[in-house]
Ligand binder design. Structure first.
Ligand SMILES: [Zn+2]
Length: 429
């Protein structure tokens, strides 16, 4: 961990303020000084990175991450990957997220009980490269709901994507098992999903008694609960039970929006809008034509989600990127596409979209006072980006534009000196 000075950079600091030309000094794993202008910070004893006018911004946070989704088209094809391969795959994906500029990720469920925990621990111990990571449980679901992949003649739990529970005591047992394994959050599948025959996105599956026990057990140990909640009733369940991380939130009514607004300083909504668009536009090679996707209900859900999320955004409810990447139609590491959707579909300004991945990212990581901004004393999670994300947010999903990625004061994508020099000579020419 060297001391590094970024000079000649245009800083988007993640506070919401206008970008400015300046310098950033990193000492150890923290940002020691941020200064406006040029040649104000000392260069002695530090590695100087001349950004040649590139953008320096906080590392991004992906709020709905599934490292163990293996870019397959079905839940069964994900679940049936043998454990050993699955661990290696998850490690591989974690590294790619970091290199793509996601220095923090919030786990939103894994495909086998301990996958997320093992990857988080390996990252924290320095065994593998990866983002700061909050490990999730497997999905907990009920019979017939999303994630129940058992067949009538093969009712074995090993064949199920999610852990099946029936009743509060089984929920308590499943929750305690994952807490014992060391998860940071428990994932509940409250609503259905258009993916599942007979359990559409607007249906609700878990009883209040089951939800209440899971939340009680998790909170007793200081952990969080997140929920797959597409239906209106399931969103209300989240607010009623104090679930802070709400995934999808497609179908709302005035009551649901009022309830969300009443807890807007506590809850985070990560809609995963990319998967809805992908099912309609990109799933034909996997047997889901646009017509089939419409019949499955995806157009109705996308229209409802766009309306709901626009209203949430106007009410000041925090909406974060995270699009259920890791399916065949939403391959990993295109995650910054969500920010484009926020701008194109939900009425965000580009700056608001950027803050949803940075400022709010620090908050959902529960480190809002030291993560998600370029600010004196904050953790040194920084991106050097070729281009201006405010005028073209799409630069954030182009690997060639990601000139450098730093997490905790360490480069995981090194800026190349040669290219920095040529950029510099271009800029002075
Ligand atoms: Zn998901």
């Amino acid at each position: 961990m060297a001391n590094v000075l970024f000079t000649n950079v245009r800083i988007i600091d993640g506070s919401g303020g206008q970008p400015y030309a300046g310098e950033v000094l990193v000492q150890g794993n923290r940002i020691a000084r941020v200064a406006r202008g040029a040649r104000t910070l000392p260069v002695a004893g530090v590695t100087v990175i001349d950004g040649a006018g590139a953008t320096l911004m906080p590392g991004m946070c992906e709020a709905h991450t599934h490292f163990s989704w293996n870019d397959a088209a079905t839940l069964s094809d994900i679940q049936r990957m043998p454990l050993e391969e699955h661990v290696l795959w998850s490690a591989h994906v974690a590294k790619r997220y970091l290199e793509a500029g996601f220095t923090s990720c919030v786990g939103a469920a894994c495909a086998k009980a301990r996958l997320d925990v093992v990857i988080r621990n390996a990252i924290n111990e320095g065994l593998i490269p990866g983002p700061r990571y909050l490990a999730a449980s497997q999905e907990i679901t009920v019979h017939g709901g999303l994630g129940d992949e058992t067949l009538p003649h093969i009712p074995w739990p090993e064949f199920s994507f999610g852990v099946l529970v029936s009743g509060p005591e089984e929920m308590r047992k499943a929750t305690r098992m994952f807490l014992k394994y060391g998860v940071d959050s428990i994932k509940l599948n409250l609503s259905g999903d258009n993916f599942v025959p007979g359990a559409g996105a607007d249906t609700t599956w878990m009883s209040d008694e089951e939800v209440a026990i899971a939340v009680k057990e998790a909170k007793m140990r200081g952990k969080r609960v997140s929920a797959h909640a597409r239906s209106c009733e399931s969103i209300k369940q989240c607010v009623r039970h104090g679930i802070e991380v709400i995934y999808h939130a497609s179908f709302t009514d005035e009551e649901a929006l009022d309830m969300l607004e009443s807890v807007k300083d506590k809850v985070f909504v990560a809609p995963g809008i990319a998967i809805l668009i992908a099912m309609l536009e990109h799933a034909a090679p996997y047997g889901i034509t646009r017509q089939k996707a419409v019949e499955m209900g995806y157009q109705i859900e996308l229209d409802a989600a766009v309306e709901s999320l626009k209203k949430m955004h106007k009410r000041g409810i925090r909406i974060l990127p995270g699009g259920d990447y890791g399916f065949a139609f939403t391959p990993h590491c295109q995650n910054a596409k969500d920010l484009e959707y926020f701008v194109k579909l939900l009425g965000f300004t580009p700056m608001e979209a950027l803050l949803s991945a940075t400022l709010h990212g620090g908050a959902i990581m529960m480190q809002g006072k030291e993560l998600g901004q370029v600010k004196d004393g904050y953790l040194a999670d920084l991106l050097l980006v070729d281009g201006d994300p405010i005028s073209n947010i799409a630069v954030l999903r182009d690997p060639a534009r990601m000139l450098a990625v730093m997490k905790d004061g360490v480069f995981y994508k090194q800026p190349t000196i040669a290219s920095a020099r040529s950029r510099w000579s271009q800029s002075v020419a």
